[in-house]
Design a protein around this ligand. Sequence first.
Ligand SMILES: *Cc1c(COP(=O)(O)O)cnc(C)c1O
Length: 364
Amino acid sequence: MKIPFLNLKPMHTEIRNEILAAFEKIYDKNLFILGDSVAAFEREFAKYCNVAYCISCGNGLDALSIILRGYDIGEGDEVIVPSNTYIATALAVSYVGAKVVFVDPDIKTFNIDINKINKAITQKTKAIIAVHLYGRPADIDKIRVICNNNNLKLIEDAAQAHGAIYNGKRTGNLGDAAGFSFYPGKNLGALGDGGAILTNDITLAKKVEAIRNYGSKIKYHNEYKGVNSRLDEMQAEFLRIKLKYLDKWNADRQNTVKLYLEKINNTKIIIPYINSPQESIWHIFAIRTEFRDKLQNHLNANGISTLIHYPIPIHLQKAYIDLGYKPGDFKVAETLSNTELSLPLWYGMSKNEINYIINTLNKW
Ligand SMILES: *Cc1c(COP(=O)(O)O)cnc(C)c1O
């Protein structure tokens, strides 16, 4: 049996007719940028997250960097980010000229370690970016206390957590502002690039709305040196369709994960720590083992594709050589990069495929 790491086919077969109709609708309308469809998607996604404002943009990286710009965070400022995340979280900080300050994650939850944040705060710290890594909400209540005590903005990187719920609230509604990505492989993905900023802060909302569109609220009147980072009408229509199915698709992933959690019983493998399987929307199902590379080869030899999230921690990437870090500086991120393995997980996996993966793992 061959099982890809990600397979969008079941999802895209289900909505094929709706998507093609949406394509025709926009194609015939001949209006492609910042029209009714973008406005409708922004309304619908804001409502879904129960947040006052949604401002769409070109991608998740831009969403984060535009939020930072909206808060006037830049040169001379510091922003705390977890050391184990996709590099975009750190790049957003670098893009605005601020300094990235890493904090190691908790090895159990993979999210930023609450107990290590205080040590990283200085006079220059302006914000914490809490990443809901692999779909599991970060421990926001505790991060909120730290932010309040130190007058910091709490920014969510929700690029892996569309629809995840923390204490009854959806991600996107847990901080001062949140950045989402609609990269096709995310739980809510466009058919190309896309992103969004969510916030209840009207001042920020107005400012980021201008920044994403050349810094202009009124055509040819430019208040800020903005950027061109817009969601287009096509992608907005595709996302409106997919948003209707998001809860169903997330529930299907949760059901697959329930089987993984119940049935993977190989003692060489550490399965994810959980309170309840419903707390995460499982963008990624991350197992750990000391013998990670051997396991990856074993699965590969049996037709099962896996990925590592992430093989090189950001502080050891060539792009961040200027920060002067060396191996050993963020031990948990390094341990994860050496032991983590992400199993196939996508909407529409069959019982057969799931059981084949479980059996292949248990026989190893
Ligand atoms: C995907 C991702 C991003 C960036 O999103 P893009 O749309 O690819 O720019 C940012 N942060 C995290 C945690 C991500 O997984």
